[in-house]
Ligand binder design. Structure first.
Ligand code: MG
Ligand code: MG
Length: 258
């Protein structure tokens, strides 16, 4: 079932979604060559708990950590561990919080040190595709209009749009209906209604669209081993305007200082 929230519920959801952004900004301060991904996870968990919330991912479906940290060819669902980030890596950090009974869910992909121009462009264009998808997330549009906007934008660069994982409704549960694919035919899918909340999260590969699950049972990797980027926002559906519940503003303040 698809939940339609009250305006009050959306404001509660917004607090949770915004906390994800400030948590990711805190993590961003520590992203550099040599840092272990498990250290980033510890920083995030402490930050979330210090702000009166719970990590949304820890224990979710048995996931062992507060962040999904996915490096280079890992698309999503990477498990933080003793691996050190290296100069030239890219790292997707996906974070969830539970606050006021609502889940926040947002992700950002960071460059580590000096990253090749080709891969920096992948990051930039994947983020742009997220905002193009969000432009379609208004009442009266159809859910596939979002995926159509994302897919047509990134495929012109020869990138692969991951099909096996999709965005989703978000609220009192982290994953609610409807599914929000990052591809599709415009004008199809369910009609978006005022006060639905969805997470839009393009996962865009530098190479082929195919992915596989790592032996660890979680990490999703690109089939050709090329890097993948992932950006995610929570959005409330409104009439005639876009309403993004999460924010990259604090993250980008940190990045601009680096
Ligand atoms: Mg997420
Ligand atoms: Mg999500």
């Amino acid at each position: 079932m698809i939940y339609i929230k009250t305006d009050e519920e959306i404001e509660l959801q917004r607090q949770s979604s915004l906390l994800v952004g400030t948590t990711l900004a805190e993590v961003a301060k520590h992203i550099r060559p040599g840092v272990k991904t498990i250290e980033l996870d510890r920083i995030a968990e402490e930050f979330i708990r210090d702000h009166g919330a719970e990590p949304g991912f820890k224990g979710y479906g048995g996931f062992p950590a507060s962040l999904c940290i996915s490096v280079n060819d890992a698309v999503v669902h990477g498990i933080p561990d003793e691996t050190e980030l290296k100069d030239g890596d890219i790292v997707s950090v996906d974070c969830g919080t539970i606050m006021n009974g609502f889940y926040g869910d947002s992700a950002y992909t960071f460059p580590v040190g000096n990253v090749s121009e080709e891969v920096l462009l992948l990051l930039q264009r994947t983020k742009e595709s997220l905002y193009l998808g969000i432009e379609q997330a208004v009442a009266g549009k159809r859910v596939r209009d979002i995926g159509y906007a994302i897919q047509t934008y990134v495929e012109q660069f020869g990138y692969g749009v991951v099909r096996d994982l999709v965005g989703h409704g978000v609220g009192r549960n982290m994953h609610e209906e409807p599914e929000v694919p990052n591809y599709g035919r415009r004008g199809t899918g369910i009609k978006l209604k005022k006060n639905m909340c969805i997470a839009i999260e393009p996962m865009i590969n530098l190479g082929v669209k195919e992915v596989y699950q790592d032996k660890d049972g979680w990490t999703i990797r690109t089939a050709d081993g090329k890097p993948s980027a992932h950006f995610e926002h929570d959005v409330a559906i409104r009439e005639g305007r876009v309403d993004i519940l999460s924010s990259f503003e604090e993250i980008e303040k940190v990045l601009n200082k680096k």
